[in-house]
Design a protein around this ligand. Structure first.
Ligand SMILES: [Zn+2]
Length: 234
C-alpha cells in the first residue's frame, strides 16, 4: 500500500469569468473569497487552465486570507481555539517554547512550536492532510482487499462541503477534515466511496453493499450529519 498516490487537490473554482477586449488575464479574489477571472475575448480553455495552474498558490493563499477575515479566525487567534478534533476525540493544544524539530507534534495532545504561532492554521492543516492521507489510504486499502472492490487512486481534498466523493474513473476523494471523525466513521466513508466504484447512485443495491461491509453504517451517517460543522471549522 506504500505506492498509493496521495495527491493534494486544490479546489480551484472560477466563480465568474468575464471575457472582454483585453490583452491580458487578470485575477481577483473578492471579500467573500470568490474568484473572478477576466480574460481576452478569444482565450481558450487551455489558456485559462494554464493561468489557473500557474497562479494556483496565489489564488489559494488569497482565498484563505479572505476566509480568515470573514470567519473571524485569524492565524494569531487560531491557537485560542485550544482544542482540536482528531479521530473523533478532542485534544488540547499547548504552545511549547523549545525549538522543536517539527512545527506540530501529537502525543495525546497537540504541541505547537512557539515559532509557528503566526502560521498555526497552515501548520495544522498540513498535519491533518498528512494524517488523512495515511489513515484514509490504509482503511480504503483494507476494505478494497476485503471486498474485492477496486479503485484507481485516492485524493485528499480541501472540500468544505463533502466528506468524500468518487469519480467515474474510480478516483476516490476525501476531505482532510474526515480525519477529525472517529475511525469507525472513516471506515464508513471509505466503504461508501469504494462501493460507488460499482454503484454510482445511492440505490437500494448501493446501501445493501455498504451494509454488508459496514453493518452500523446508519449510525455513522448520523454522526456525519450531526457533526457536519467540523467541515467548516477552519
Ligand atoms: Zn455517495
Amino acid at each position: 500500500m506504500a505506492d498509493i498516490p496521495v495527491e493534494i487537490l486544490s479546489e480551484i473554482k472560477i466563480d465568474k469569468l468575464v471575457r472582454s477586449k483585453r490583452k491580458s488575464f487578470s485575477l481577483e479574489i473578492t471579500r467573500d473569497a470568490k474568484l473572478i477571472l477576466r480574460v481576452p475575448e478569444k482565450a481558450s480553455l487551455a489558456d485559462i487552465q494554464k493561468v489557473l495552474d500557474r497562479k494556483k498558490r496565489w489564488i489559494l493563499k488569497n482565498q484563505n486570507l479572505a476566509r480568515e477575515k470573514t470567519s473571524g479566525i485569524t492565524a494569531k487567534e487560531f491557537v485560542t481555539v485550544k482544542e482540536f478534533w482528531y479521530l473523533g476525540e478532542l485534544y488540547k493544544l499547548q504552545v511549547i517554547n523549545n525549538h522543536a524539530v517539527l512545527p506540530l507534534t501529537f502525543n495525546n495532545g497537540f504541541y505547537l512550536s512557539h515559532s509557528h504561532l503566526d502560521n498555526a492554521r497552515e501548520v495544522f492543516i498540513r498535519w491533518y492532510i498528512d494524517q488523512a492521507g495515511a489513515k484514509i489510504a490504509e482503511r480504503v486499502n483494507h476494505y478494497s482487499l476485503l471486498s474485492g472492490l477496486k479503485y484507481n487512486r485516492i485524493n485528499i481534498t480541501n472540500a468544505r462541503r463533502r466528506w468524500g466523493s468518487c469519480s467515474n474513473r474510480g478516483n476516490l476523494s476525501f476531505s482532510w477534515r474526515a480525519v477529525m471523525a472517529p475511525l469507525s466513521v472513516i471506515d464508513y466513508l471509505a466503504v461508501h466511496e469504494l462501493v460507488h466504484t460499482e454503484e454510482m447512485s445511492h440505490s437500494t443495491k448501493f446501501w445493501g453493499k455498504v451494509k454488508a461491509l459496514c453493518p452500523d453504517y446508519e449510525q455513522h451517517k448520523k454522526w456525519l450529519r450531526d457533526n457536519h460543522q467540523l467541515l467548516s471549522l477552519f
